[in-house]
Design a protein around this ligand. Sequence first.
Ligand SMILES: [Zn+2]
Length: 386
Amino acid sequence: MKMKVSRRGFLKVGGLTVSVAMIMPRVAFAARNSLRSMRTGAQPGNKTRLVIETSARPSYSLSYPENQLVVDIANMSANASVKPTLASGTLVSAITQTQSGDHLKIIATLRKPIAQLQKSQIMLLEPNGDNDYRLVLDFSAGAAQKIADSVAAAANAPKATTKHIIVIDAGHGGKDPGCIGKNGTREKDVVLSVAKKLRAKLDAAGFKTYMTRTDDTYLKLARRAEIAEQRKGDLFISLHANANPSRSVKGFSIYTLSEKASDEEAKKLAESENAADKIGVDGFTEFEKEIRAALSSLQQHAVAEMSEEYANGCARAFRSNKIEAQAGPSVRHAPFAVLRSTVPGALIELGHLSNSSEEKLLKFGAHQDKLVAAIVRSVKNYNFDV
Ligand SMILES: [Zn+2]
């Protein structure tokens, strides 16, 4: 049984996986994968870690014959020169390679049976420094009965939904108007209007959508992030409009979460967007503590990477749809409170209300449709499946 797994699935704790099929990214195609290294290590809590390093992103599935863990990687040949490095005190006593057509089966012989791996025990790391792609599997000894139970449960489980979940956040609301244009246009109204249009278009395109607010209500920033978590969002999109002391500044810009602002302007913006809840940009450390407790550093890294990928794609979609970009980098980073969750996402500043021509545009239905079309395009282009 193969199951398509959303990349967000990595970050969800719990849930059942019988076999995890990694889908090749749509862009990178057909380069033959090669095996670089295989190693095991002992982790705290009697856990065994198996790391398989490959030259390209592996398309793989897992299976669990008796006392074995088999990693089947597509588009790969056996390579006898790659010898496994086995640490002592782990569940793996040997690792062998077996060619099966175009697939390479990497077979780990286990000292004790294990339960089926959960998504939270599987991590795919991007290349960095001296490392290529690494498939990291963490597991510990588990009852054989448990395996039988999970197989039965999986067989009875309803078919997983294929709809990806998008959480749309219209910034500000209620007592917090956001920024206000020279002609009185309020950020909270513009972004709510765009959010509603966006929801309709995404629903029509087959996504499952939720909105943090559907009317003129005030919501705390942390509450918005919490909604993204509760709805198990695959993607979180926070909509805003900008203001700049210089009325000539205009154009869109897109932000992802980071502890440090990428530039002074991004820092100021995060301060003003956080201001409604009186959260300073230095409040990030508190968040770090909480999130660190809930997530491994690998998962945090994965959230940041997915957000970055989405934001870059979103900037491309805006440019393709001929929406004017703010001068400077289209994607910037700053400690926005609303982005502090485990859901990948971005904050989009649709344009500047402080610029009179853009203030007019942002109120204009046809321009809002254009913005919505760009965001829909960015969501469709986003690679939800690794
Ligand atoms: Zn705002």
